[in-house]
Ligand binder design. Structure first.
Ligand SMILES: NC(=O)c1ccc[n+]([C@@H]2O[C@H](COP(=O)([O-])OP(=O)(O)OC[C@H]3O[C@@H](n4cnc5c(N)ncnc54)[C@H](O)[C@@H]3O)[C@@H](O)[C@H]2O)c1
Length: 286
């Protein structure tokens, strides 16, 4: 089936980015949310983001106009019936996502693939709420969506090759690239590998093995990483990473994911990274 119309459920930080890149690539997009306030905000965000791409010379004013004209907004989830591909981008709450998946399953044509942008909820769990488990898949985008090139494609136990191929093609068409996580294990692929690395770096600071500066410098200069682990979580938010690590730990029982005491304390103290002005580094002086 050829995908022409994409229905994006949830117009927040990630949803409006997904709507934007889909529309720029030529797809017709319906972006939905529970209230027009969120949709207006999402459209304003897209407008500004497209202006930045014009400034960089990446798109023309005509292309911006075309992309905006391809985005419709609605508070009526029933319009999912029009879609050839649905991407669910509502908040990371299992009950909410299950409810949305049940509803989408009733509304969408049987052959339509329903993808989720979940960071951590098992795709198999969402698929089990539908009558189309083979057509449910994870499309885990990275923030900010218009800038970051990767989509982590995540298979549940029943996801078919046909479904995987459809989202692979979609990912390439919107100018992104993908990696495939063949099993919806806790943390999927990138966090399963990356999270223990971050936890170990925090343990090194906690145990006085090295300073945050030296750990980050080590990875920048020794491994050519653009950022070390502590700079990275200062940017993404120590609180967000803490919740994600704890969720993976609770799912696996594996101590390598357990947040160290220093991380607990930093979250309690509100030293949660750049957004708070203070994390492993002090941003109030820069
Ligand atoms: N923020 C990130 O960096 C990031 C990165 C990767 C994946 N994710 C995942 O993407 C998903 C969305 O995250 P976000 O940061 O965009 O959240 P967000 O809170 O910015 O946006 C969610 C939007 O969904 C809307 N919504 C709530 N219930 C709805 C419903 N029933 N129907 C339609 N819309 C509804 C909300 O009003 C809100 O506008 C989560 O699963 C999150 O884990 C987030």
């Amino acid at each position: 089936m050829e995908v022409k119309k994409v229905f994006v459920v949830g117009a927040g930080l990630m949803g409006n980015g997904i709507a934007q890149v889909s529309a720029v690539a030529g797809y017709q997009v319906i972006m939905s949310d529970v209230d027009n306030i969120f949709l207006d905000r999402a459209l304003a965000t897209i407008d500004k983001s497209l202006d930045r791409f014009i400034k960089k010379g990446a798109i023309t004013t005509e292309q911006k106009g075309g992309a905006l004209a391809r985005i419709q907004v609605t508070t009526d989830i029933n319009r999912a019936a029009e879609a050839d591909l649905v991407i669910e981008v509502v908040p990371e709450n299992l009950e909410l996502k299950l409810e949305v998946f049940k509803k989408l399953d009733q509304l969408c044509r049987p052959e339509v693939v329903i993808a989720s942008n979940t960071s951590a909820i098992p795709i198999s769990k969402l698929a089990a709420a539908t009558n189309r488990p083979s057509r449910v898949v994870g499309t885990h985008f990275f923030s900010p969506v218009p800038m970051m090139r990767l989509v982590e494609l995540v298979c549940g136990l029943s996801t078919s090759e046909e479904t995987l191929n459809l989202v692979k093609e979609f990912t390439l068409k919107i100018g992104k690239d993908f990696v495939v996580c063949r099993m919806d294990c806790a943390g999927f692929l990138l966090n399963r590998i990356g999270m223990p690395w971050v936890m170990e770096a925090i343990r090194c600071v906690q145990d006085g093995v090295a300073t945050a500066e030296d750990i980050d410098k080590g990875y920048r200069l020794g491994y050519n990483y653009p950022m070390g682990p502590l700079e990275l979580i200062d940017m993404t938010g120590i609180d967000t990473t803490y919740q994600a690590a704890l969720a993976i730990y609770q799912d696996t029982g594996d101590p390598k994911f357990y947040p160290p005491s220093l991380m607990h304390r930093m979250v309690e103290a509100g030293h949660v990274g750049r957004k708070a002005g203070r994390g492993f580094y002090d941003y109030t002086k820069k």
